[in-house]
Write a protein that binds this ligand. Sequence first.
Ligand code: ADP
Ligand code: UDP
Length: 250
Amino acid sequence: MTETLLYEGKAKKVFTTDEANVLLHRYKNDATAFNAKKRGSWEGKGRTNATMSAAMFAYLEENGVPTHFVEQVDETSIKTKKLTMLPVEVVVRNVAAGSISRLLGFEEGHRFKAPIVELCYKDDDLDDPLLNWYHFRELGVADEDLEFCEELGLKVNEILAPFFDERGILLVDFKIEAGRDEAGNLMLADEISPDTCRFWDKETNEKLDKDRFRRDMGGVEEAYAEMLRRVTEISGHGLQASGKDPKADA
Ligand code: ADP
Ligand code: UDP
């Protein structure tokens, strides 16, 4: 397979492949936080993030959510459809943590009456600001695309919150992205991992995600390994991390 580096991000490298509409995402052990002001790296991070993303995308597809996932290639790499990404980060929150505590004063751990969806503008120079629909219109993002993002966020939450609950995990919040394929179809993209979700043990409230790195809590390698174990080893309702042939849709 001929791979050409298309983009090197903070947490993964994205390559083009022999197939024009297919990308290879290779997950790194590197981590950044606070918009790359803090940097680190730990063993097994790439493996957890690639494998969990693959498993979650496959599970979401089985439950009717269109995703970019094609197949997991090896421990740290997955193939996806090549999309034109929307410049939007969709954050869904069930429990207060992180920036919403700073924004609205909710104490960490406060449970929201209903999930809260936030639409942020994907722009590192601006620190991914939380915008309203008027701002997005001015930036050229269509209302229909924002509607899709909101509905996608809520649907993913509806499916994943019970999935993690069965594995003893509270899904506190998460960030997803979406993009459009050549035919114009919008779908879920990027990753679903302890880098992009907050996971708390249901019994102990122990943090099993990137907050351990952000806050220098220690045990970050063990936390990622534990999340991988809960997703891949604990069987709940029908997890099958199988790939699918991209040409099957063509
Ligand atoms: P960042 O840009 O935040 O540092 P990463 O290191 O995770 O992020 O790099 C991955 C990049 O690839 C992100 O910009 C993400 O929007 C983009 N991306 C994710 N999935 C796809 C896809 N299916 N097609 C095209 N780009 C994608
Ligand atoms: N998140 C992410 N990438 C970002 C910003 C946030 O994956 O660029 C995730 C983060 O891991 C958390 C959720 O989105 O699961 C909400 O993050 P928050 O806005 O609280 O950000 P913080 O300021 O705490 O990083």
